[in-house]
Design a protein. Sequence first.
Length: 680
Amino acid sequence: MSTAGPGRDVPEAQIAVHWREEEYYYPPARFIGQANASDPGILRRFGEENFPECFREYADLLDWDAYWHTTLDTGNPPFWKWFVGGRLNACRNCVDRHLPTSRDKAAFIWVPEPETEPPRVLTYQELYVQVNEFAALLRDFCGIQQGDRVTFHMPMVPELPVCMLACARLGVVHSEVFGGFSGMACGDRLADSGSRVLVTMDGYHRAGKLSDHKAKADEAVQVADKLGQQVDKVLVWRRHPGQYVSQTPMVEGRDFFVDDLLPGYRGRRVEPESMPAEAPLFLMYSSGTTGRPKGAQHRTGGYLSYVAGTAKYYLDIHPEDTYWCAADIGWITGHSYIVYGPLALGTTSVLYEGAPTHPDAGRCWRIAERLGVNIFHTAPTTIRLLRKLGPDEPAKYDYHFKHLTTVGEPIEPEVWRWYHEAVGKGEAVIDDTWWLTETGGFLGATLPALQPMKPGSCGPGVLGIYPVIYDDEGNTVEPGSGRAGNVCIRNPWPSVLQTIWGQPERFVELYYGKYCRDRQSTDWRDWPFLCGDGAVQAADGYLRILGRIDDVINVAGHRLGTKELESACLTVAEVAEAAAVPVVDELRGRVVEMYVALNPGLEPGGELETKVARAVERQIGPIARPKKVWIVPDMPKTRSGKIMRRVIAGISNFADVGDTSTLANPEVVDAIRHLVQSRK
Ligand code: PRX
């Protein structure tokens, strides 16, 4: 199949064709007619012969204070520099520049929980006012200056993008920690980023409960303090201004209610700082394979250009669309495709509080109907859940999606088909977008009007991204060979992480160490970027992503490090050793099961399993709570003492455990198998 599109003569209804045993679906003509990318010439413009200048097309979507003189500087590999010499402000690009044409247009529509509370609309003008006032507060009350870091631990409320954009306006680096993470996880990240200010909220609603979120802030500050990072100020937004919903006392001189302070900044304006394109915009932490958190550092110019460009061509966002990405802003998806990409394009972006299935499995479709959402972006885990709990719910609501997208994990073809038929009502194009926190924006996806969809595959590399699959020895695995390998990107692109905050050597090793051909070379071709996923590439160039190759478990689209999970178990005094393994789960894709061995002389019993599960939840957050904790007599180990997680995962999934003859203690395999498989 060529990557050229099916053209405009495709019949209205989607057609499924079987070709080389692959199933393709084509976009409806109505979609093609309005798409931002409907001219196949775009594929040529982003062809390798035009690299890296092709990315000017994305950068030209922004307003620059000064144009760049060098599109890509490879002088200090792999610390690539993009749009060097250029200056811009991300907040000005997302807010101020839309005011002349779209002052009264909704920038965000926020749907709170419970449903009896009406949606709140934040126009571009209101966003401008709030961002300026909060920026003035950060600068003048907290003494925050350009280059400082500020950590947020915020739930899904419009105050979160206000905080992000205020930092961007000041040239301050923001670091949002997912609201569902524990105070401890937040404290680690506060310390790692060197933030002296934490911005949080007293509480928020989720699935009918009001959480006491402020309690986590106290713990976070203590943890950071132990790690040597003093937090001077905690700014607390109130979910219901004027009314404090937390039971946790405010600490005199440290904690301040934002709604008490803001009146002092009413009407204040802060000039957006003109930042170098390479100035860091934000940090986004992800789980690593060792204990220290890993803050992916993203740059201003390249990142904003790339998310604007990909949001335009892949999410097909037009300024007049009502676009809803039902992810959490606490993850990279939310940064790139709820806040920065959509706002750079001047569209209306929907946010919601709560859960997709509460009070019932019709919530998303009610929101879509009420707000007129026409582009919807979510994760396979949510689709599976909605399909299970409310397979017929979409039909009850009058909404029309032109475009549906997914992100975060592979989507099974049968789930894909429900999404297409039931949710999309056969009218919508589906885009399976594959990428990572570190990549800032999409890596693999289909150009929705030009490249057909193939359930189970994300698509080819996106515009200007040239993927390749290598085997462990660095040989290329040819497309169509049917063999899996490690997927890499051969070239740099504008939104690839700049570095890992404070850990440049780790950055080089993790992403480039395995396949770099010559460490002295300043030719980018010698520096393929290792994505960390196994993949198979079909003859048509489409990638099927198989999952992480490192010690990371992807639970419902969230990356959890096995080391992090295991360290949490080891905080329980009785536990001697722990192993985290992924187990296939119908709804969440993968879930974590913990295997623990106790200290000598101890016997299983009491509430030990619960204690271990609680420890994990306390240290990391509820998303990490193991589905099951198994207490085993010993761990299968290599002769050098390495725990063989592969063997345990094989047992847990009733799969082949591979060769166990070289283990130091092969007899334990049968003991674990007996224990586990008899009780599953
Ligand atoms: O394994 C891939 C999986 O999610 C990982 C990245 O996780 P994170 O950094 O949290 O970012 C998630 C959102 C960008 C990848 O290494 N992944 C992401 N998207 C897909 C996917 N796996 C299969 N298909 C996808 N569309």
